[in-house]
Write a protein that binds this ligand. Structure first.
Ligand code: CAA
Length: 257
């Protein structure tokens, strides 16, 4: 399929999506959303793909929702169409998605990175929610996901002032899982994704579901949910294979069943 705003390819068992609107620092417009949904759907349908890496350019992961597209919009229209709610579908990807962030991840760009399962950042990455400087607030999850990721104090600081934080601060505050040299970013993200893709798909997908449930429910319910998923994995061939391989001191050959 031909994409206008993305480069979509597979590397081994990893689906790689590169945001590609260099003239607008990868600002997220409705075409990006439509194409990202299509790319994710194709990767989900592809049995060979076990994980996805989402990245941008060296200068910008994405500098936000497209301000030029939003500028003329009126309340009644965006309310009726529930403008930008389509991003929820991107956030609900069932296969693991790693964000590989270099340069600006601002506004909707930071929010898109936070929709991924974890973020690997280049030392050049800059995160922020500058919407307040435009007379609006985050609209793709920033006030909710950033607060859960870094806590109230840091989220309020970023969202109320619109300032950017660098990669070191983002790592200290728990927004990103690793910071690497710029020239290592893609390799590091692809290696992590390939590792995930080499593991049993049902257990990987359930692990993702279980961690995400921690943000949605009580501890009691979350523990019960985790335990039930754990029990259910004993119905898979991969549990038999994984444990047999350990006992027999060999590498497991997962069949993802
Ligand atoms: N939307 C549309 N175009 C954008 C854009 C955005 N979010 N961010 C950058 N661009 C465009 C610029 O308009 C410019 O285009 P032209 O050359 O045609 O003028 C091009 O990308 C390069 O940008 P700059 O010349 O501004 O580059 P810079 O290096 O001087 O500054 C920057 C970089 C600090 C990231 C600056 O571009 C910037 O502040 N961008 C906007 C960041 C922002 O406010 N993001 C939040 C958007 S609102 C949002 O995301 C809402 C939501 O939560 C859903």
């Amino acid at each position: 399929m031909a994409y206008e705003t993305l480069i979509v390819e597979t590397r081994g068992n990893v689906g790689l999506v590169t945001l590609n609107r260099p003239q607008a620092l990868n600002a997220l417009n409705s075409t990006v959303l439509k194409e990202l949904k299509e790319a994710y759907a194709a990767f989900h349908a592809d049995e060979a793909v076990g994980a996805i890496v989402l990245t941008g350019s060296e200068r910008a992961f994405a500098a936000g929702a497209d301000i030029k597209e939003m500028q003329p919009l009126q309340f009644a229209d965006i309310y009726k169409s529930d403008f930008i709610s389509g991003w929820d579908e991107v956030a609900k990807a069932r296969k693991p998605v790693i964000a590989a962030v270099s340069g600006f991840a601002l506004g909707g760009g930071c929010e898109l990175a936070m929709m991924c399962d974890f973020i690997i950042a280049s030392e050049t990455a800059k995160f922020g929610q500058p919407e307040i400087t435009l007379g609006v607030i985050p609209g793709m999850g920033g006030s909710q996901r950033l607060t859960r990721a870094v806590g109230k104090a840091k989220a309020m600081d970023l969202i109320l002032t619109g300032r950017m934080m660098d990669a070191a601060e983002a790592e200290r505050s728990g927004l990103v899982s690793r910071v690497v040299a710029p020239d290592r970013l893609l390799d590091e993200a692809l290696a992590a994704a390939e590792k995930i893709a080499s593991l049993s798909r049902p257990s990987v997908m359930m692990a993702k579901e279980a961690v995400n449930r921690a943000f949605e429910t009580t501890l009691e319910e979350g523990l019960r949910f985790e335990r039930r998923l754990f029990h259910s994995l004993f119905a898979t061939d991969d549990q038999k294979e994984g444990m047999a391989a350990f006992v027999e001191k060999r590498k497991p050959a997962f069949t993802h069943r």
